[in-house]
Design a protein around this ligand. Sequence first.
Ligand code: ATP
Ligand code: MG
Ligand code: MG
Length: 557
Amino acid sequence: PEPKSLHFIEEIVEADRASGKHGGRVLTRFPPEPNGYLHIGHAKSICLNFGLAKAYGGATNLRFDDTNPVKEDVEYVDSIREDVQWLGFQWKGEHYASDYFPFLYDYAEYLIQQGRAYVCDLTEAEIREYRGNFHTPGRPSPYRDRSPDENLDLFRRMKAGEFPDGSKVLRAKIDMASGNMNLRDPLMYRIRRAHHHRTGDDWCIYPMYDYAHGVSDAIETITHSICTLEFEDHRPLYEWFLEQDVEGKFFQRPLPRQIEFARLNLTYTVMSKRRLLQLVQDGVVRGWDDPRMPTICGLRRRGYTPEAVRAFAERVGVAKRDMVADVGLLEFCIREDLEKRAPRRMAVLRPLKVVITNMTEAEAFEVEVANHPDDPAMGTRKLPFTRELFIDQDDFREEAPRKWFRLAPGAEVRLRGACLVTCKEVVKDAAGAVMELRCEWDPASRGGNAPDGRKVKGTLHWVSAAHAVKAEVRLYEALFTQEDPMDVAEGQDWKTLLNPSSLEVLAEARLEPGLAEARPGERFQFERTGYFAVDADSQPGRPVFNRTVGLKDSWSK
Ligand code: ATP
Ligand code: MG
Ligand code: MG
């Protein structure tokens, strides 16, 4: 095979290894904020960070970026650990930015002593106003020239809880005229009396993301700190904070390097945790793991395999410009994986009764069918073929169009693995709805072909009425009707673009008998219908299946 060309981050890592920059070491981190469940965009970041480290004999830390006590929760921490493991990755260190609160505090005192940080009493609105905008330079805060001693005293009293929430902040003293707004004396700490899910009420001051993030990377001696593009403008700040360790008392050298890549977006869905949380809270979906959600747990429940998610992450690549991946590509990846590994089964989603009038009960027989057409190692199974069956309503048309090879009045079809049958009569109810088909079989066609060699094109799946398991089958479509649900007209709510038929529940499906035993998480191809996974809602003898993806590939690019 062609040697794979390197993406720009691999090139950076290879150059660093060639120059011996980190002694050949590669240590990356995946730094989720535990304020929601992980989604497919995070999966991209996980695959990138863990994949890169693995490729170069390095390791990856899992770091919970838990510096904002208000939105974070242990429920999310647990789900994140589970999802990363499910994707197939094992982290080296498990860290919490909150464990670094004492270190971050000490380093902040050091910055104050160096004259690099000051306590500011301006209100939030005043800070914004003083900061100016892209066209006007900012004005210095009247508190900017407080002495290090005064700042140190005030900062210690902030920590001790002497001041009310929001009354003071600690700011980095950088450059109020910088063209980069992030450098106009950004906030480092604010006062917030909030209970933290790990540190409890130990702290009433919390560090800001930009300050905490780079310092956390440096504490862990991360070599390559990969983040998404919106942090490009924050990179000078990331570097500034670390470089203020002028005496080298705090961090090991060389310092970590921030590298930005394009965030992954997906068509027909939203991806931000805030928006996903809204869907959950408003009851639009049943939870974070609703199979329509682009979350990792949603994809898992839907029947996705970790292999398919990893293959998707690989295929979308690593870009420097933001991109929107086609959800069809994601579906292509799961279809490709399940095509190989999912055992075949017969399942009738919308049952239509078929009675074989010229067959007696005693003539019922067993049919042996392959579990996979191309993989004999997957074995065979036996299915009862009886006088009363179900086929799918979609496989019958009273008025058959041209080239209709399925069942119609007078037409002959093959019932997979069993025999040929011809439709002789259509039984309807008073309203004219088709209730039952009365068919005749050709006993000489047992096994599926007639001895006279006559051609029968259509082959249908079926189940024996008396043996079939009744099941609920859930069919999913995209959550939104528009490719980019964020592309809404002014004043229009993005939620008006929700697809009202994203879930269809078929409560009367009939499955071949063995599927009664199927366990949550198991995946199958229902022949001619799609790939399905057993849902966690299944009860013994009453399975619930999710359609993972249909059989037809709609992705062509
Ligand atoms: P969200 O917008 O969903 O809230 P976030 O960036 O705030 O995402 P974090 O928990 O901070 O969420 O993300 C953890 C890591 O995953 C970060 O390094 C972030 O860059 C990366 N990440 C998040 N979303 C995406 C995405 N859509 N594509 C690629 N990487 C992502
Ligand atoms: Mg983030
Ligand atoms: Mg976020």
